[in-house]
Each structure stands twice: as C-alpha cells, then as structure tokens.
Design a protein around this ligand. Sequence first.
Ligand SMILES: Nc1nc2c(ncn2[C@@H]2O[C@H](COP(=O)(O)OP(=O)(O)O)[C@@H](O)[C@H]2O)c(=O)[nH]1
Ligand SMILES: [Mg+2]
Length: 446
Amino acid sequence: MKDTTDTIVAPATPPGIGGVGVVRISGDAAEAIARRMLGSLPEPRTATYRTFRGAGGEQLDAGLALYFPAPASFTGDSVLELHGHGGPVVMSLLVDAAVALGARLAEPGEFTKRAFLNDKLDLAQAEAVADLIGSGTAQAARAALRSLSGAFSRSVDALAEQLVRLRMHVEAAIDFPEEEIDFLSDDALHERLRQCADAFDELTKQARIGRVLRDGFRVVIVGKPNAGKSSLLNLLSGEETAIVTEVAGTTRDVLREQINIDGLAVELVDTAGLRDNPDRIEAEGIRRAREALTTADAVLWIQDATQPRETDIGEPVPAGAQITVVRNKIDLTDERAGVAAADEACIKLSAKSGAGISALQERLRQLAGYKNLGEGAFTARKRHIDALNRAAGHFSAGQKALAESRAGELLAEELRLAQEALGEITGAVSSDDLLGRIFADFCIGK
Ligand SMILES: Nc1nc2c(ncn2[C@@H]2O[C@H](COP(=O)(O)OP(=O)(O)O)[C@@H](O)[C@H]2O)c(=O)[nH]1
Ligand SMILES: [Mg+2]
C-alpha cells in the first residue's frame, strides 16, 4: 500500500543559523522538482554540486544535491535533499520553490510516517527515530538506536509468533471435538503456554527498563510532615533545592530534581507532607503530592525513626511502583544504618549525617533495573507497556479459561486478542487515530 502519492517538503535541519541547512522533498513529484531546480536529475545516491534555482529559473543558492529514487529512500518515496547554506531565508526560498513546483508543506513527523506507511519502518521503529533525536543520555541514545534497528520489534514479533503457534494448536483441538480433551491436556500445549508466559515476563521487564531509559525514573518522596523528605532530596541531589525547617508543613509545592545514577536519569520529586487538617495552601500542596504519586515509578516513604513504624501509607500507589520505607533520623535512635535486617524494602539512614545513604542509592539503582541494563537494552514507551500489559492480561485470561473449564474456544479467542494487542506495538494493527497521536508529537521535518 503506497498511499503517499503527493509530495511534501520541509527543512530537515533545525530552524536557525548553521553552516549547512538541508531541505528534504519526498513524493512522486520529487523527480520533476529536481529537474527544474537543478537543471537535470543528479545520479542517484551521489552527492552532486549544483546551483539551486527557483520556479522561474532564478538562482537561489548552490550546494550539494542528493537524489534517492523510490523505493530506496528513508520514506520509500522518491526523495530529493538539497544541502544549502544554513540560514532561515535560504531555507524558506528553497521550500517556497518546491511548493511552487508542486510540493506541499510537510506536517509534523510526516517523513517518518511515510516511512511507516511504505513499510520502511514499523511503528516502534518510527517512534525510536523521535526517541533517538530526543534522548537525554548517551545510554538512552544507544538504546533508542537499538529500537530503531528493530531489537524491540523483533522481540515483540517473536512473542506474537509464539502466540500464533499456540493458537494453531488450540484451534486444531477445537476442530476435532472427539480428541479435544486430549489435545488440551497434552504436555506440549502446557510447555508452550509456559514458554509464552516466560516470554511475556521477560519482554515486560525489558520494556519497563526501556521506558525508564527513555523517560527517566521517577522517584516520589512522601511521608508525614517533618519526617525529613526535603532533607533527603537535598542529600541525594547534593543541592540545597528544598527549604528545610523544623516547622511542619514547610514544603507546600512539588519540587523536582534531576539526578544521574550511573547514566540513568532519575527524577526525584519532593512533596508536601501528608497530614490531616492542613491550611488552604498546604491542602493544595497535598493535592499535588497525591497527583505526583500517581506518576511514580518508585515511592520513598519517609518515616521519622524516633516514632513508631507506620504500616499504612494511606494513599493509592500505582501498580508496579514499589514502596521503600526510609526510617530517617537514626542519629537520634542509635540504630544501625543501611538495609533493615530481613527487609530489603526498608532502609535506615540519617539525612542529617548522611549515614546509610549509599544503601538507598543502591536500592534506587536496583529498583530502576540498572543491574539489568545490559548491552541489549532498547527504548520503549508507555504506549508499548500498556499494549504489552493488555496482551499479557488476555493471555492469562486464556490460561485461566483452560485451567478452570477446559474452554479451548475461550483460550483461542484470548490468544487472538493478545496477538492483536501486541500488533499495536509494531503497528501491524493500527488506526488513523493512533498514528495521528504518535506523529503529532514529532517536529516538522522529521
Ligand atoms: N536529627 C535529625 N534531624 C533531621 C534529619 N532529617 C531531617 N531532620 C530535621 O527534621 C526537620 C524537618 O526536616 P524536613 O526535611 O524539612 O522534613 P519534611 O517536612 O519531611 O520535608 C528539620 O528540622 C530537619 O533539620 C535527620 O536525619 N536527623
Ligand atoms: Mg519538606
């Protein structure tokens, strides 16, 4: 399907001034536009020095021209690149000339969208183009490049393929009702189900790490007023970002600080203490604290170690965000700093003296999956994780249907739905609405 017959144009380099600026033209008219603007068609894929001319033959600029005949181009269309002098006026003269010769201005992300529509990239790869360009750390860039080269998509496709084989097995069983029971209880089927379940777990784990690489890891600090939340933020970030006083209710807003743990971007979020009967400003702070909590990847629940241990955080915490209890102010209690005996999710420290802080840093590293951040890491987005979770949900529902009622038909249907959810990741299943949302986030020229 090539539904990209019209021709689009946009600068591919960022607006502003640079030594070189590139205008990219993609579509069926690229060839004719090249002949008019350059006098003749350059040799395909060969940098050729040419004068760039406007629709009336007037000279606009001179530079390198590159022509990629369809389908061997980034977008899959015929593409012309004009490498001119990098100034906004020159760029707009070149764009205007292309428009006068039949192109139209490209929408945000439209070049990459064409690459997707023309089967040059799948959807996860197209998203990786934006993630690579937007990456905030060298690790994130490497991971995005791996997604772009298809590492994530291949894992998703392999899992989808496993589901297909499983479905074929189950559907064959349904087609032979007299043998259905045997089919559905045979060891091969159970072995395949187990393998699929493992593959779901593994991919979900990797995708979570991939999401953290792309978006950073958000750690939200909550607890009662005066527990030492702001002191801890300051200690971890090495900055006096938050005001610390002995007055309960000092922090009334949400404070954010970026720290970098071994190349992983961690965002620390300090919040107003959660308590009853606050004044109006503090109440707004508490509302914001609750809101911040809904976006947490991990929660640090700070408690004053001179007070009895609290057992109920009293707030909804997102699924998958682990809670670490931090017993602070051990300089006042003479407890030993570090991981509490028999409870790795409880760390004793003093935000005042710094004792025990390395145990907390190690815990954060662990929670963020840093240990698993091997060479194979790829980037992923929340959209991918949502689809993966939905697919895993259908898969478990199917397993349950089989275990509880030997319902082969239900299992087959859930497997189909799981496969469909996986297909949304790579775009094997997609809607205009989904594509619109994804590519609207890109810049013009990408
Ligand atoms: N002795 C001691 N005092 C602390 C410690 N951490 C914080 N404090 C004190 O506890 C009070 C409240 O601290 P703050 O960080 O503002 O708590 P928040 O309300 O939870 O943000 C301040 O007077 C801090 O100096 C600690 O580890 N030891
Ligand atoms: Mg505070």
